[in-house]
Design a protein around this ligand. Structure first.
Ligand SMILES: C[S@@+](CC[C@H](N)C(=O)[O-])C[C@H]1O[C@@H](n2cnc3c(N)ncnc32)[C@H](O)[C@@H]1O
Length: 190
């Protein structure tokens, strides 16, 4: 697996219509926002790697939402939907420690060769009793089959690999299935 780099994602956002994901993105984003609300119904939320900001859009009436992405183009798209957007890198989040009630992302952790480091940085900016929530595609799912259409290199997780990733973090965590059993969700409580 090769780590993502900024240059990989800007063409993605320029031509996002070629993604199969674009077809289901609105209903997916709404369900993902519901999942966050079920775990924290209000508070300060950061999406670390917000893309177009569709999930944050569904949270903005209940939470104080912030988006961050290292693609400038993605930031400008998110800015059309919510007010607070920062151009930055998930490995060096430009925030003080312990400030957010929820830090989440979707579609990123499995594209980096340093998932633990990214999650640790997300945990750093999360308040005590706050949560970090993220998704990865399962190995036993449709994702490996359709992966050839997806322009970003990614890893598909077995249950064992996902549990192993969670077990390496210094906080309690739970895992669950999401999106018709296609994704694993990790929820880490700080
Ligand atoms: C799958 S997309 C997120 C989609 C988003 N949930 C939406 O509704 O549009 C992943 C995003 O993560 C961003 N990203 C990947 N690695 C990153 C990093 N290290 N720091 C910040 N953003 C990153 C990419 O630029 C991309 O916009």
């Amino acid at each position: 697996m090769v780590d993502t780099e900024q240059k990989d994602w800007t063409p993605f956002w320029k031509k996002r219509s070629y993604s199969l994901y674009a077809l289901v993105k609105d209903s997916f984003s709404k369900k993902f926002a519901q999942l966050i609300t079920e775990n924290k119904s209000k508070g300060k939320v950061l999406e670390a790697g917000c893309g177009e900001g569709k999930i944050l859009y569904h949270l903005k009436n209940s939470h104080h939402v912030f988006g961050l992405d290292y693609s400038w183009l993605a930031c400008t798209k998110t800015k059309d939907l919510i007010d607070c957007v920062v151009n930055g890198d998930n490995f060096f989040l430009p925030f003080k420690s312990d400030v957010f009630d929820v830090v989440f992302n979707q579609g990123i952790i499995h594209t980096t060769s340093q998932p633990l480091e990214m999650l640790q940085e997300m945990l750093r900016v999360t308040k005590k009793n706050g949560i970090v929530l993220f998704s990865v595609p399962k190995k036993k799912s449709l994702f490996p089959l359709i992966g050839g259409f997806w322009p970003i290199k990614q890893k598909y997780y077995t249950q064992r690999e996902f549990r192993e990733l969670l077990s390496r973090l210094p906080y309690p965590s739970t895992m669950r299935n999401f999106w018709y059993g296609q994704l694993f969700i990790g929820i880490i409580k700080k």
